[in-house]
Design a protein around this ligand. Structure first.
Ligand code: TXA
Ligand code: MG
Length: 325
C-alpha cells in the first residue's frame, strides 16, 4: 500500500483525508498532543485495521475523537455533571474522559468493556477534518505497539509507511505528550494517565480532591510498565550523579540533559533539552526519536524535577526507563 502525505493547509487535501476516512481507510492525523492513527469509530473493519497496522493486541481500547461537548451524548451515557464541567472547560484540548459507553460505541473500540474514552482534540486541522467527515474517529497514537509516540510526520512515516493509507501533515505537535486520561465512572474521579491537564487544574474546576493512584488495574496499554519506549535503553540519573558519570562518558552513550551546567558541555553525545517544563514535554519524544535514529548503546537521561508540575513527563520517563537511580 502506498502511503500518501496530505498537506492540511490545502482544502483539497483535507477533503481527501475526510473521504478516505468515510471509505473506512486509515489516516494518521495531527493533534495538539501526538499524531493519532484514525479510522471511522463505527466501522469494525476500519477499527480492526488500526490494530493490525500498530501490531496492538485487540483487547486494548481506543480513544474516540469528537468535535466537542455537543457530541458527548452520542458516545456516552450516565454522564456525570463533573464530566460536562471538565469538557466545557478543557475541550477542545488534551483531556480524555472515561465514561460509560453508549450503544453506538462498538466493542472493537472499547476492548469489550462497558466504558469509552473520549476527547475533543484542539488542533485546528483535526477539528476541520472531524467536521468534514462528520464521524467520531477512533485513534490511538500513530506508532507501532510499545514504541515512542510520534510528534512529527517524519516519525509516523518512518514507522508506518506502507501500512496506512495517508498521513495528514499538520506540522509539529505543540504539546508533544499524550492527553491526561480521567476516569469519571466512579464517585471520585481518578487519573489513569497523567498529561498536560494537571491534577490541580482538574481539582480547581471540580472543587474536590481527585484520586491519583500510583498503579491501577484498568486495562490501559499506556499503563504497562514498559511503554513509551525508544529502541535504545534509557537510564535515569539525578543531576549530581550524572555530573560525575559524564567525566567518563562512554563513546556509544548519548545523554539527554536540561541543566545549565551540563548543557555547557559541548559534544555531539550530549543532547540538550529545555529546562522549561512545557518546552521539555514538547521536545522529549522528538529528541528520543533523534537519538534512536543513531546507533547509541544507551541513553542516559537527566532526571527532571520530581514535583507535580513535571508529573506527566516523569510518568513517561519512568515507564520508558530500564533503570532509575
Ligand atoms: O493524546 C492522546 O491521548 C493521543 C492522541 C492521538 O489523541 N492518543 C493516545 O492514544 O495516546 P493511545 O491509544 O496511545 O492511548 C490511549 C490510552 C490507551 O492506553 C488505552 O488503553 C486507554 O487510553 N483507553 C482507551 N479506552 C479505554 C477504556 N474504555 N478503558 C480504559 N482505558 C482506555
Ligand atoms: Mg500510545
Amino acid at each position: 500500500m502506498k502511503t500518501v502525505i496530505l498537506d492540511s493547509r490545502n482544502q483539497n487535501s483535507l477533503n481527501q483525508a475526510a473521504e478516505l476516512l468515510l471509505a473506512g481507510k486509515l489516516v494518521a492525523v495531527p493533534t495538539e498532543t501526538v499524531y493519532g492513527l484514525a479510522a471511522d469509530a463505527t466501522n469494525p473493519i476500519a477499527v480492526d485495521s488500526i490494530f493490525r497496522a500498530k501490531g496492538r493486541p485487540a483487547n486494548h481500547p481506543l480513544i474516540v475523537h469528537i468535535t466537542g461537548v455537543d457530541q458527548l451524548d452520542k458516545w456516552a451515557i450516565h454522564i456525570p455533571n463533573n464530566a460536562r464541567k471538565l469538557a466545557e472547560t478543557f475541550w477542545p484540548g488534551p483531556l480524555t474522559l472515561l465514561l460509560k459507553k453508549s450503544p453506538k460505541a462498538i466493542s472493537a473500540v472499547t476492548g469489550n468493556q462497558d466504558t469509552i474514552a473520549i476527547r475533543a482534540p484542539a488542533n485546528p486541522s483535526m477539528q476541520e477534518l472531524l467536521k468534514l467527515c462528520g464521524l467520531g474517529l477512533a485513534a490511538p497514537s500513530a506508532n507501532p505497539y510499545k514504541s515512542l509516540s510520534p510528534t512529527k510526520v517524519s516519525h509516523v512515516y518512518k514507522a508506518l509507511a506502507g501500512k496506512i493509507d495517508a498521513i495528514l501533515d499538520g506540522g509539529e505537535c505543540v504539546l508533544g505528550i499524550e492527553s491526561t486520561i480521567l476516569d469519571l465512572t466512579n464517585i471520585i474521579p481518578r487519573i489513569l494517565r497523567p498529561g498536560p491537564i494537571s491534577v490541580n487544574q482538574i481539582e480547581e474546576i471540580l472543587k474536590i480532591e481527585i484520586s491519583c493512584p500510583k498503579a491501577h488495574s484498568i486495562r490501559i496499554s499506556g499503563n504497562l510498565a514498559s511503554h513509551y519506549m525508544p529502541k535504545t535503553p534509557i537510564f535515569l540519573y539525578s543531576t549530581d550523579i550524572l555530573i560525575h558519570r559524564l567525566k567518563e562518558l562512554p563513546k556509544d552513550v548519548a545523554c539527554l540533559v536540561y541543566d545549565e551546567q551540563l548543557t555547557l558541555q559541548n559534544c555531539n553525545q550530549i543532547i540538550h533539552i529545555s529546562s522549561i517544563k512545557s518546552e521539555y514535554s514538547r521536545l522529549l519524544y522528538q529528541k528520543l526519536h533523534e537519538i534512536d535514529a543513531q546507533n547509541f548503546r544507551e541513553i542516559w537521561v537527566e532526571k527532571p524535577p520530581q514535583c507535580s508540575e513535571w508529573f506527566d513527563v516523569n510518568d513517561r520517563l519512568k515507564r520508558a526507563a530500564q533503570f532509575d537511580d
